[in-house]
Design a protein around this ligand. Structure first.
Ligand SMILES: [Fe+2]
Length: 317
């Protein structure tokens, strides 16, 4: 059976991609940002996931105002990097996992979440920047370490889905993954945010207090977050802060109790707060049973040894 083992939250600021592509990661401004992902990359190298489900939003690259799917699932064999106005990023083409993606589509749609199925789609910085942050810089002619199932969420044009809808979609994705017969280690990314506003009189808005409280609740009490209405994201985290609802798809796909194993937060990168968190599911079923089983015989053995000892003592009296 496939299983989601961990969830990753990460901002997807386009300027981070430009810093990687233009060799600026060692400059003091950017080093501060990239230093927060060094441990995460080590963790990811050690984990070696078989597949990553990446929840992100398209920034008018694959879609436009002419066509706005609320949830779009990438079922293609591959996803080329999109030209976002200055040429495609020099990163490898992202390999898909059509079998798992189609299984997720069937399971989730039959569970009454209406997804748009994309059999051809380009992907922009919303997806490739978090991939770089977690997998490191990968040469254009090389391969990303694992295939990806992209899930694009509309957070660009009103109305975006609610946080609750995103969380429940995460739940449905978890059910889908767990009914996939192949033994796959799956990670899920929620990307975007944190607080930022890129235009209008409040351009440049960053609200660290809000961001940190969001990360705290994501880790310990996600039910508090699913109730937040859109207007609160807009007011507190800026117009583009609404991207944070995508982190709730990731959180919904994890178990209720997940362990926070890493967190990083810094401001700013470009005009955005950068947030990052790794949440790991606890071992289930087999691992727990094995732990209990291995303890029982030891206890039994100790008790039996004590009984033998006292019998020997009695026989000597
Ligand atoms: Fe974005």
């Amino acid at each position: 059976m496939a299983r989601i083992v961990a969830g990753i939250g990460s901002s997807h600021v386009p300027a981070i991609g430009a810093a990687i592509d233009n060799g600026k990661t060692e400059e003091p401004y950017w080093k501060r940002v990239f230093s927060g992902f060094v441990k995460s990359q080590e963790w990811m190298r050690e984990l070696k996931p078989d597949v990553a489900i990446i929840v992100y939003n398209d920034h008018a690259s694959a879609f436009s105002v002419e066509m706005i799917p609320t949830f779009a699932l990438g079922c293609a064999v591959e996803f080329p990097p999109a030209d976002e106005g200055w040429g495609p990023r020099p990163v490898p083409v992202v390999q898909g996992h059509p079998a798992l993606a189609s299984h997720i589509a069937q399971s989730v749609i039959l569970d009454e979440f209406d997804l748009t199925i994309c059999n051809k789609m380009e992907v922009d910085h919303g997806m490739t920047v978090p991939m770089n942050l977690l997998f490191g810089k990968v040469d254009k002619d090389a391969h990303w370490p694992c295939p990806v199932v992209p899930l694009a969420v509309n957070v660009v044009m009103y109305p975006p889905p609610t946080g609750h809808r995103c969380f429940m979609l995460g739940r449905a994705i978890r059910k889908a993954v767990e009914s996939y017969p192949e033994d796959l280690k799956v990670v899920i990314f929620g990307t975007g945010g944190l607080s930022h506003q890129i235009s209008g009189p409040r351009a440049g808005l960053i609200n660290s207090k809000w961001d940190k409280s969001f990360l705290d609740n994501l880790s310990k009490d996600p039910q508090k977050l699913v109730k937040i209405p859109h207007i609160d994201y807009m007011r507190e985290a800026g117009a583009e802060g609404i991207e944070m609802v995508m982190w709730l798809v990731m959180r919904g796909a994890l178990d209720d109790k997940a362990d926070e194993i890493y967190r990083f937060y810094t401001v700013p990168a470009s005009n955005t707060a950068v947030g990052h968190i790794i949440l790991a599911n606890r071992p289930r079923g087999a691992a727990k049973k094995a732990a209990t089983k291995s303890k029982r015989p030891a206890v039994k053995h100790k008790r039996a040894a004590a009984r033998v000892k006292s019998a020997v003592r009695r026989s000597k009296r």
